[in-house]
Design a protein around this ligand. Structure first.
Ligand code: ATP
Length: 281
């Protein structure tokens, strides 16, 4: 076996009499990236909670290699699936090294400490995430973006078959956004155990990053699937306008060949630009 296939079929969820997910299905295979996109409140984080077994669906099922996620013990699941929630809880009083080592917990044998292999994994990930100079620093002395990278390093240390990240780039500058997504989606830290490539699910607000990094894209609108397919199939001007209420320009990235979104100009900017260009010219 060279990884894990995660499949969600017909997921539905209501809170009280409010239906927040309706018949949502997708699958993700080893070495591929699925981006879940959609406006605020569309149901992305709820979908992550159902997929990771944190909450049960009202209807539908989630399976990992054909076995229902609900039948795994928490420890078995943690060995195969790592989750970075929208607001990760990173304990502030520990060093960066010890925090990343916590990611190895599902693999540690009871009553035995960490092995050389665990230390090697942590050191590799510290190096690959650029955290090695901060290894001895206490987490609550770090910036918000640095803490996000530590949380990410911790889930990478789990060496999962399936990696699920809810808005992993929110606090990062564009350089770090790309560095981290390169690692997650294509780089060496994205390797699972024994060199297996994990399946990656990313919840993203940045549609351009989704187009650059994802093989498939699931666009949610008020709990339902608006579109599901390749970024070129999903990120069209019509889909974006119908879901987000703004009509962007969608261009083709000159190097990557994937769609890239140009936001519409606000009504006043045309005048400003005209004045600016006539003053300049
Ligand atoms: N525990 C809960 N109880 C009641 N309603 C909830 C609960 N969790 C989420 N909801 C509702 O479900 C809907 C979807 O929320 P969810 O957090 O999944 O959206 P999201 O797409 O992740 O949004 P955002 O992009 O703003 O993070 C929202 O209307 C939210 O108010």
């Amino acid at each position: 076996m060279d990884g894990a296939r995660l499949e969600a079929i017909g997921l539905c969820k209501s809170y009280g009499d409010r239906e927040v997910l309706r018949d949502v299905s997708f699958s993700v295979t080893p070495g591929t990236v699925l981006a879940i996109i959609g406006p605020n409140g569309a149901g992305k984080s709820t979908l992550v909670r159902l997929v990771t077994g944190i909450e049960p669906p009202d209807r539908g099922r989630v399976s990992l290699d054909g076995v229902p996620v609900s039948s795994y013990s928490r420890r078995q699941l943690a060995r195969r699936m790592a989750v970075l929630p929208q607001t990760p809880l990173v304990a502030g009083g520990f060093s960066v090294y010890d925090t990343v080592m916590m990611g190895r917990h599902p693999h540690l044998r009871p009553w035995r400490g960490e092995t050389n292999h665990d230390r090697q994994v942590v050191e590799r990930i510290l190096w690959e995430t650029g955290l090695n100079d901060l290894a001895g620093v206490t987490v609550n002395h770090l910036s918000g973006g640095q803490r996000q990278i530590v949380a990410l390093a911790m889930v990478l240390a789990q060496e999962p078959d399936v990696l699920i990240l809810d808005e992993p780039t929110t606090f990062l500058d564009i350089g770090h956004q790309m560095q981290i997504l390169n690692l997650l989606c294509g780089g060496t830290a994205g390797r699972g155990r024994e060199g297996r490539r994990p399946a990656v699910i990313l919840v993203l607000h940045d549609l351009n990053l989704a187009a650059l990094y994802a093989h498939r894209t699931l666009l949610l609108r008020a709990g339902s699937t608006e579109a599901y397919g390749s970024p070129a199939e999903v990120l069209t001007e019509d889909h974006i306008e119908s879901v987000y209420g703004i009509r962007p320009r969608v261009l083709r990235h000159p190097d990557a060949g994937v769609p890239q979104i140009l936001l519409p100009a606000p009504p006043w900017s045309a005048l400003d630009v005209q004045g600016w260009s006539s003053a300049g010219g």
